[in-house]
Design a protein around this ligand. Sequence first.
Ligand code: PBG
Length: 332
Amino acid sequence: MKFIPAKYPQSRLRRNRQDAWCRDLIAETRLSVKDFVLPLFVREHHIPPEISAMPGIMRHTLEELILICQKAQSLGINAVLLFPCTDPSLKCEEGKEACNPDNLICQAVRLLKRECPDLGVMVDVALDPYTSHGHDGVLREGQVANDETVFILQQMALVLAQAGVDVIAPSDMMDGRIGAIRKALDQAGYPNLRILAYSAKYASAFYGPFREALGTLSALGKADKKTYQMDPANAREALREAAQDVLEGADMLMVKPALPYLDIIYRIKETFPLPLFAYQISGEYSILKAASEKGWVDYERALIETLTSIKRAGATGIITYAALDAAELLQG
Ligand code: PBG
C-alpha cells in the first residue's frame, strides 16, 4: 500500500510549531557542547594578543592558554585545536621550526597534557605557520613540492607525538600524507595516535582572518593555494579525497570551510562511516561578528543557526572559534 500524505486543510504543519515546548520536542537536530572543538592561537610574549579581523579572539601565551582551556573545560568543551603564531625570525623557506621538538606548539602540548590531562589536544599539521612564504609546503621551482613536503610533515608529526598530542590533523592537502604520517607514527611506536584528515579543504576566501592571526597573510601576498587546496566548484572530487584518506588510515575526516560546503558535509557523511568534523573557519566567524557589530544580524541567534545547520548536514563534531560563546548560550 502506498502512503498518501493528507492534504490541506487536514495537514497543517503549523500545528506542531504552536508552542515552544512542542517545537523543542520535535527538533530533529540538537546541538551539544560535546560537539565542539575550540581552535586556539598560541603566541610568544612579545607577539600582540589582538587579531583585528577576529573580534573577541586572542592569541594566547602559554600561561593564558591554560586559563582558556580550563574555562573551556568548565563549560563542558572536551577538545582544542592548536595553532602557533611563530615568531617571524623563526620562519624560513623550509619551515624548519615545524620539526623542532621544543617549538612553541610542542611546549603548548606538553603543558596542556600536564595541566589539563582530560582535555583532548589536537594539532594542525602543515608548514604554513613556519614558512617565510606562507605556503603549506616547501617550494621547488615556484611550486609546492608534494613528496618532499610529506617527508617533512612526517617529522613534524613525530615531534608532536613525542610531545604527547592526542590527534594529528593534517591540513596541508598534499597527496599521500595521511598514509605517510600513519606509517611514520606506527614505525615510531605510536600506533594509537589518531589522525583527523582535513579531507576536503577548499581554496577559500574565508581563511583571511586566520592568516592575519598567524602572520601568513602578508607572507603569501598575492599567492594562493589553488594547486593543493580544492576548487570550490567541485563536489565529487571531495569524495575521492575522502576515499583516499580512508584507505590511507585516517580515523576521522573533516570538511572545511563549513557553511558554504554543507552539501559536501552531507555527501561525505552519507558515503563514509567515519566520524566527520566540519570547521567553521575564521572568515565564517568574522562575518557573523562584523554583521552583528553593525547591528545587521543577531550574533547569538545567527551563531546557533549556523552551528545547527552544520550538524544537520551531518557533521558529528564542529570546530568553531565561537565554541565558548555557543557553550554559554546552550547553558541558557
Ligand atoms: C593552513 C590552515 C589554514 C586554516 C587552518 N589550517 C589556512 C590556510 O589554508 O591558509 C584556516 C582556518 C581558519 O580560517 O580558521 N594549513
